[in-house]
Write a protein that binds this ligand. Structure first.
Ligand code: COS
Length: 380
């Protein structure tokens, strides 16, 4: 068993660390307050190859492994989870989905631009009444011969107004339930496709989350991903990998909060000494460090499974379940270690605490992860 990173992985990790410090950190508080999308930062991440990390270079990607992607997600998330979710959705859900299941034409037309960050994409599964219960799609994509017609509403869509390409999951044949669902590529600007108001969120406020409304939106048949009826499987397969990205985001949020708390505890004095010398604080740091390391092992193992062709439904779900729990607990403790300063925006930990919460909700809540995990272990 080898726990060391390759030289290439270390270089990529360092590049992400530098980018996070130099480019994401300076205005991260303002972006959070103003709910401002990191447009320029996304452009730079595209240049760095962070938006199509695992995509084959022949489609403009970086051709790297999942572990490298996870390392980048971790480093970006230490500083700015609003930016890292954009990276996660574009890489795991949009690029991976298209590269794995798309036609050659779809890859040429869309993937080449998505993987370089020339455009970004969105993944549209959740609905007002179908979040966790994803088979209950109310959005319809009726088959009209050479095209589909989409009607319905999608909710909480990351990159909602910034994306140019949307992968939309919708029901074609209700009687066939999940086997009658399709995944369709919809372009921004399609007639009848409307972007709803932006959500005012607790955390990841720099990312742009919208509902999307489809009113008789025509989509050519060649924009369907996979065979007729493959849409639900497509969503499940794609989300299984997405969960590794979100697990890495949670890990990064936890590690970022821990690093800030560690530094603060060595500077802040109380009762005549640095607070790290008080066991009440030192033990908190010990717990945080141990939990983060355990989460890291689960996340890297899930990435390793994916890179080695193993099934990663279980390891990805466990990584997301645990890392998101650690993100929540660790950020709360980081605020506590900072005391009154922790409650103030300038010290960053309150933002990390707010950002942590979404990792227990999106791309499958913690309860959904437990369904996936329990089903997997019970089937033996
Ligand atoms: N890979 C491939 N196929 C999968 C799969 C996976 N990881 N998980 C489920 N499927 C398939 C099943 O095999 C089944 O197909 P068959 O009937 O051909 O065997 C089909 O999908 C339906 O599965 P199941 O009967 O288990 O569906 P359930 O309604 O019980 O739901 C869960 C399964 C709960 C796992 C699924 O609905 C889910 O993941 N929900 C959360 C969705 C989510 O993450 N939402 C957040 C939106 S993105 S921010």
């Amino acid at each position: 068993m080898d726990f060391s990173l390759t030289e290439e992985q270390q270089l990529i990790q360092q590049a992400a660390r530098d980018f996070a410090q130099n480019d994401l950190f300076p205005e991260v508080i303002e972006r959070d307050e103003e709910q401002r999308f990191p447009k320029e930062e996304v452009r730079k991440m595209g240049e760095l190859g962070f938006l199509g990390m695992m995509v084959d270079p022949k489609y403009g990607g970086s051709g790297l492994d999942t572990l490298s992607y996870v390392l980048v997600m971790e480093e970006l998330s230490k500083v700015d989870a609003s930016s890292s979710v954009i990276v996660s959705v574009n890489n795991s859900l949009v690029c991976w989905g298209l590269e794995t299941y798309g036609t050659e034409e779809q890859k040429e037309k869309y993937l080449t631009k998505l993987s370089t960050g020339e455009i970004i994409g969105a993944f549209c599964l959740s609905e007002p009444e179908a979040g966790s219960d994803a088979t209950s799609q109310k959005t319809t994509a009726l088959d009209k011969g050479d095209h589909y017609v989409i009607n319905g509403t999608k909710n909480w869509i990351t990159n909602g107004s910034s994306a140019e390409v949307y992968l939309v999951i919708a029901q074609t044949d209700k009687d066939k339930r999940h086997k009658g669902i399709n995944a369709l590529i919809v372009e921004k600007g399609a007639e009848g496709f409307e972007i709803g108001p932006k959500e005012n969120k607790l955390g990841i406020r720099g990312s742009d989350t919208h509902s999307l409304i489809f009113n008789d939106v025509k989509v050519p048949k060649e924009n369907r991903i996979g065979e007729d009826g493959f849409g639900f499987k497509f969503a499940m397969k794609t989300l299984a990998g997405g969960r590794i990205g979100i697990a890495a985001q949670a890990l990064g949020i936890a590690a970022g909060a821990y690093e800030l708390a560690l530094k603060y505890s060595k500077e802040r004095k109380a009762f005549g000494t640095e607070i790290s010398n008080h066991q009440a604080i030192a033990f908190k740091l010990a717990d945080m460090h141990t939990q983060i390391e355990a989460a890291r092992h689960l996340v890297y193992k899930a990435a390793w499974d994916k890179d080695n062709g193993n099934n990663y439904d279980l390891s990805g779900a466990m990584a997301k379940l645990y890392a998101s729990q650690v993100a929540m607990e660790t950020t709360v403790e980081a605020v506590q270690i900072h005391g009154g300063n922790g409650f103030v925006k300038d010290y960053h930990v309150e933002r990390l605490m707010r950002d942590a919460k979404i990792t227990q909700i999106y791309e499958g809540t913690s309860e959904i992860q437990k369904i996936v995990i329990s089903r997997s272990i019970l089937k033996g």
